[in-house]
Write a protein of this length. Structure first.
Length: 140
């Protein structure tokens, strides 16, 4: 019986290890896994004009630690935020608070693992767009 318990323990440990890594084998925090699961559950095959979604693709070469998306010219009062690890070449699905019929120009600001800020201003967002954040978006 002890042998079966040991095998079961190893199997469960291996499963937890596998599910706690991303596609490149990097460890993922619990927050990353929860957000990823919530993102997967919230996906719809049909576009939703009430809460449109788009993707932010990290092409900075660094891990992004936070993302803020707000309507242009609002001073960030209506920001959608994310905190966690968005590794290079990974994307984050963002669901907007307002429909694209109301406004579709947004500011995007991210902070990388070294505390450097990147921004894109007055970005025209369309349903299912992919917005790349690159090293050329570095502020300063």
């Amino acid at each position: 019986m002890k042998k079966k318990s040991a095998i079961l323990f190893l199997f469960i440990s291996a499963a937890v290890f596998v599910f706690s890594q991303d596609e490149a084998g990097r460890p993922r925090s619990l927050l990353d896994r929860v957000l990823n699961t919530a993102s997967e559950l919230g996906r719809s095959s049909a576009p939703n004009s009430e809460n449109p979604t788009f993707n932010i693709l990290n092409k900075t070469g660094f891990t992004i630690k936070s993302v803020s998306v707000s309507r242009a010219n609002t001073g960030g009062r209506d920001a959608v935020s994310f905190s966690g690890n968005l590794y290079n070449d990974e994307s984050l699905r963002v669901s907007l608070k307002a429909s694209l019929n109301e406004i579709n120009s947004y500011n995007i600001r991210v902070v990388d693992e070294d505390g450097a800020y990147y921004s894109k201003r007055n970005v025209e967002i369309t349903e299912s767009a992919v917005i790349e954040i690159r090293i050329s978006d570095l502020e300063g």
